[in-house]
Design a protein around this ligand. Structure first.
Ligand code: 6GU
Length: 243
């Protein structure tokens, strides 16, 4: 996948795309990140990209022309791609949307700053995306979150496919807890079923812990998850245990 990022702060992305899982994905050519400094499209000697809001109020607003000219040029650089504005007004990102984004050969992310964009440019966006119900100082951290989550869905980025499929949210439930050695740490014992090697029992234990955590912490996501018959049986057992 190719991801173009339009930003005033291209330098802050470098470390993130250089290290660890994302770094390897970039090095292995699974994801190609292209940064664009849109100040280059600014007006006049000072390359101005913002101005005070009509009607007054705090902060600055991105002027329409520099950003739109940059978006139009970036669009033309490669195959067609959705242009995604990163703003707190956008649709909330979730794992389903991450999976859909991972299907594209190319995406273009536009990072806002200041008080936002001149409203007349929003038709340049195919849609706007938010990463949660809080306000960031700019879209850069949101762009990093989007790229990180999307690249995990591209086969080859994460070592083991199974680990992606089993992750929190992937199949509509939260991940089960994990334990490693020592089996007794500060008096806290690892559940015995995990130490005994019966994989059918281990899977059942993990699934029941996933379902329970999801029911307690995120009943909203559980409500939109299709539960299998054995999941229903697990809940039934939690309510009225067999033994
Ligand atoms: Cl995409 N941008 C900003 N500035 N704040 C946010 C956001 C995006 N998503 C949540 N808060």
């Amino acid at each position: 996948m190719r991801a173009d990022i339009i930003t005033l702060l291209p330098q802050i992305f470098e470390k993130v795309f250089d290290e660890s899982v994302l770094g390897s994905a970039v090095k292995n050519g699974l994801i190609n990140i292209v940064l664009h400094q849109f100040r280059d499209y600014g007006d006049g000697r000072h390359k101005t990209v913002d101005d005070t809001p009509f009607g007054g109020g705090p902060g600055m607003v991105f002027k329409p022309s520099p950003l739109v000219n940059c978006i139009r040029d970036v669009r033309k650089l490669d195959v067609p791609a959705p242009v995604i504005g990163l703003t707190p007004q956008g649709v909330p990102l979730n794992q389903n949307l991450v999976k859909e984004l991972a299907e594209f050969d190319r995406i273009i992310l536009v990072c806002g700053r200041y008080e936002g964009f001149d409203e007349r440019i929003i038709h340049e966006f195919d849609f706007q995306l938010s990463i949660g119900d809080y306000v960031l100082t700019g879209g850069e951290i949101a762009a990093m979150a989007v790229i990180d989550a999307v690249s995990r869905m591209i086969p080859g980025t994460v070592g083991c496919r199974e680990s992606v499929v089993q992750d929190s949210f992937y199949e509509g439930v939260l991940d089960h807890p994990q334990y490693t050695r020592p089996s007794n740490w500060e008096g806290l014992e690892v559940p015995s079923v995990l130490q005994e090697g019966n994989h059918a029992l281990i899977n059942k234990f993990r699934r029941s812990r996933s379902l329970l955590t999801t029911a307690v912490s995120r009943p909203d996501i559980l409500a939109s998850t299709d539960l299998s018959d054995s999941d229903k049986e697990i809940f039934q057992n939690l309510i009225s245990p067999e033994d």
